[in-house]
Each structure stands twice: as structure tokens, then as C-alpha cells.
Design a protein. Structure first.
Length: 346
């Protein structure tokens, strides 16, 4: 079957996305893929901010857009609802918090045909979620190696490469028939869990750096903290479900938090341990200041100062969340967390 004739189903989970949903849909509709071979399945998590009304208006104008309810309100259930309704030979996940280049869909299908990859995706260009210095610093922090490690779809690459995950997957339908759907125990990290499961079954994931997705970052520290805490927390659940298959970068923030906390708590027993904690913290703060200055200086001293706060927010949020997840999922044996008990920020 030729790429241009393959029917593509795009599944778009959304919830409370009034600010971004229209521009996301416009960018998808502007793609060069034939619209008679395309459907957009918007699965709404019972939004109350006007998101649903915007999507419904688009669906009146563009019949290829179909709208579904997601009573569980989490991305994994939205994806599963969309996949169940999808008619496509290819199923793509696309996000309502992003915009896409005109060749995005056709290029992913072409790369999938060319390589036989079970999942293909692009890279993120992280943009500020607001006009403030803090919003600009958050966007910088979420695309800097000191902030997020070697996550290639966040920091970029020079050429296509095989990776562990991509932000929004493009899958042949057969993948879901072979390995199942997304795990609805996970409020976050459902893509990571699915991709790890895919790789354990021998699947390959290709990242194409020429396909750049504009992703809008969280606009304030509280939302950033909540998001990265949840990333760390549910990463521990992924580890428990699939076996200890995580890379070193997933452990570094929690080991840092553990070493820092432990050395200070034990300083009463050994002043040397207290001194070690001070040394660890001093080295970290020095590195934080250096990377914040190097990454933020072109945008001014205010952004640089904010970035020096953003990096610890990423690291401590993820590290503390991962440690809490280890306790809950490994020691206490929790199976999952109800969506209403874990706030989802946008």
C-alpha cells in the first residue's frame, strides 16, 4: 500500500485546553496529507473551560473531526477510546498543547514505510507558555541537558536515530493488536510505558529531528513542579510493571535528593556526613548557576535568575516524586492512582 493512500487516524487527547486547542487543530488541518484519507479523533476529558465548544465548532466545519467523551479524564484512557474508534491503517497520537509542521503526517508515514519502524516521531521545540521571564526560563530549562538529561526529543539530534521514546507516536494499527493499549493506571508516563513495552517485544522507535513540533511549556513553577513530580512518581510505577528497565538518568535526581537528605539527617551522628551534604549542595548550586548563566544570559539577567530556580524545580520535583513512587508502588504495592487524586495541570 502506498504511503499517500494509507488511511491515518489522529487521536488527540485534551482537557481544559481552551488556550491551545484551536491552533493545534489549525496546524493539523493545514497538513499536506489528503484529508479524504485522514480523520481527527478529539477525545475530551470533560473540559469545562470552553475547550469542548471550540472543538465542536471545528467539527461542524470539518467533518473529518469527531469528538468523544473521556470520563476518566486522563490521557491513557483518551488514547484508548480514540484507538477503539479509529479506522486508520496508521494511528498517530497528537497533542492539543502543540502545533505541527505542514509535512508532519506525510513525513511520519513515509519514514515508517521506509524503515519499518513500529513507532516514529519528531522532536520538540519548547516554547514559553506565557510572556513572563519565568515562562521563558521554564521553556529553556525543559530543553537543556542540565535540566532534562539526554532526552533526545527534548534537546534535539543531528540525524534520525533509534531512541527509547518520542513525544507523540505514529504506529501501524497492528502494534496495538500485538501488545495491547495504553495503561490506564498511569496518569502520566503512559507513552513511556507503552514504548518500553513495545521495545521489550522487539519494536523499534525512530526519532526524526527534521520534524519539529512546537510544544508550549508550563507557564509557572507550581505547574512545572506538579508535572515533574508526577513524571517521577509514575516512572516508578512503570519500573514496577515492566521490570527494572530504566536508564541511569531516571535515577540521578532521586539519588541526589536521597544523598542530600540523608547526609543532613545523619549529621547529628557524624559531622563529616553533614559536611558531605554541604559539599554536595555547594557543587550542585555552582553547576546550577553556571548552566543558568550560559543558557539564559542572552535573554537577560531576570531570565537567568529564573532559570537558576527552574533547574532545581525539575530535579527536586522529579526526584522526590520518584522516591515517593518507589515507596507506594514497590513497598506498599499500590496498583495505580485515581485521576481525581492526582491533579493534572495544563
Amino acid at each position: 500500500m502506498e504511503s499517500a493512500t494509507k488511511f491515518v487516524s489522529v487521536v488527540i487527547p485534551c482537557r481544559e485546553e481552551k488556550k491551545y486547542i484551536a491552533q493545534a487543530l489549525k496546524s493539523i488541518l493545514a497538513n499536506d496529507y489528503p484529508q479524504d484519507r485522514l480523520e481527527l479523533l478529539v477525545v475530551d476529558g470533560m473540559s469545562t473551560d470552553g475547550t469542548r465548544e471550540i472543538v465542536t465548532e471545528f467539527s461542524r466545519i470539518y467533518p473529518l473531526i469527531k469528538v468523544f467523551d473521556n470520563p476518566k479524564k486522563i490521557p491513557a484512557s483518551a488514547l484508548n477510546i480514540g484507538i477503539a474508534q479509529a479506522k486508520g491503517d496508521i494511528i498517530m497520537r497528537m497533542d492539543s498543547h502543540s502545533t505541527y509542521p505542514p509535512n508532519y503526517i506525510s513525513s511520519l508515514v513515509e519514514w515508517q514505510d521506509k524503515t519499518g519502524a513500529e513507532n516514529v516521531g519528531g522532536v520538540w521545540r519548547t516554547l514559553p507558555g506565557g510572556d513572563s521571564a519565568m515562562a521563558r526560563a521554564i521553556a529553556l530549562g525543559m530543553s537543556h541537558p542540565f535540566g532534562v538529561g539526554n532526552v533526545y526529543f527534548r534537546i534535539g539530534a543531528s540525524s534520525p536515530r533509534w531512541v527509547d521514546s518520542v513525544p507523540f507516536g505514529c504506529y501501524p494499527r497492528e502494534v496495538f493488536e500485538e501488545i495491547g493499549l495504553f495503561d490506564e493506571d498511569l496518569v502520566r508516563n503512559q507513552d513511556d510505558e507503552f514504548n518500553l513495552r513495545l521495545k521489550k517485544k522487539g519494536g523499534r522507535i525512530l526519532m526524526v529531528p527534521d520534524l519539529v513540533i512546537d510544544y508550549y511549556a508550563r507557564e509557572n513553577l507550581s505547574k512545572l513542579w506538579r508535572m515533574y513530580y508526577q513524571y517521577g512518581y509514575f516512572k516508578a510505577s512503570v519500573a514496577r510493571k515492566l521490570g527494572w528497565v530504566l536508564s541511569l538518568r531516571h535515577f540521578i535526581p532521586s539519588l541526589f535528593v536521597l544523598a542530600l537528605t540523608g547526609s543532613f539527617l545523619l549529621s547529628w551522628w557524624s559531622p563529616l556526613l553533614g559536611g558531605l551534604g554541604i559539599l554536595i549542595l555547594a557543587i550542585y548550586l555552582l553547576a546550577d548557576a553556571i548552566f543558568a548563566w550560559r543558557a539564559g544570559r542572552r535573554q537577560g539577567i531576570t531570565v537567568t535568575a529564573c532559570l537558576a530556580i527552574v533547574f532545581p524545580t525539575l530535579h527536586f520535583g522529579y526526584g522526590i516524586g520518584f522516591l515517593k513512587g518507589l515507596v507506594d508502588f514497590f513497598l506498599l504495592g499500590k496498583k495505580g492512582v485515581k485521576a481525581e487524586n492526582v491533579p493534572i495541570s495544563r
